[in-house]
Structures are given as structure tokens and as C-alpha cells.
Design a protein around this ligand. Sequence first.
Ligand SMILES: [Cu+2]
Length: 127
Amino acid sequence: MIEQEQNGTGARKRGANRGAIAMAAVLTLAVVAGASALIVRAQRTTDAAAATAAVKTERVVIAIEGMHCGGCASGIKAMLKRTPGVVSAEVSYEAGEANVEYDSANTSREKIVEAITSMGYKASVKA
Ligand SMILES: [Cu+2]
């Protein structure tokens, strides 16, 4: 009777140990998988940074005359963002100017000025 109880306890302990080993294995796998995912993500970030660095961008400030409200500025900004070669654009109605970042391999300050002029505003390179 006593022996049986001891055996029972022993079996339960062995079962518990097996469970702990299985849990440790699962945790190890999870850690390894997590680390791999981090490495892959780090590599992707590096690739993206390299691609961004490869595009040489320039900035130009364009003076704009003829805007009469913030809506005009928003319209010009939206048009600039659709223009090939434009990386980013900010247009201020208050300052009467556009601040444009562009890829010099795909467009020029002249083309950007022309795009604004074609909308009916008077535009010229400021800086
Ligand atoms: Cu307006």
C-alpha cells in the first residue's frame, strides 16, 4: 500500500519533469523564432535605409503668388505629391511658398515651378 503510494508519487514526479522539459523546449523554440524574426526585421530596415540613401533628393523653396486661402495651398500640395519625382511637399498659404523635396534624377525645379504655374498661380524659385 505504502509502496504503491510512493510509486504513484514517483510517477507523478516523472510526469511533471517531462512536462517541464516539454515546456522548456517550447520556450526555446519561441525564443529562437523570435530572435530570427528580429534579425529578418533588422535586415529589412537596413535594406530600406540603403534604398532611401540611394535616391539623391534636393530641396527647393518656391514663391507662389495668387493663393487666396488654405484650400489653394492644399490643392497645390496634392498636385505636387502626384507629380513624378516629388518626394514630399509642403505648401503654406500664409508664407506664400512651397517647400518641395524632389528626386533630381526624375524632375527639376523648373518642372515643379511649371506644374504650379499650370494651375494658374505665379511661381518662381526662391531658394
Ligand atoms: Cu483658395
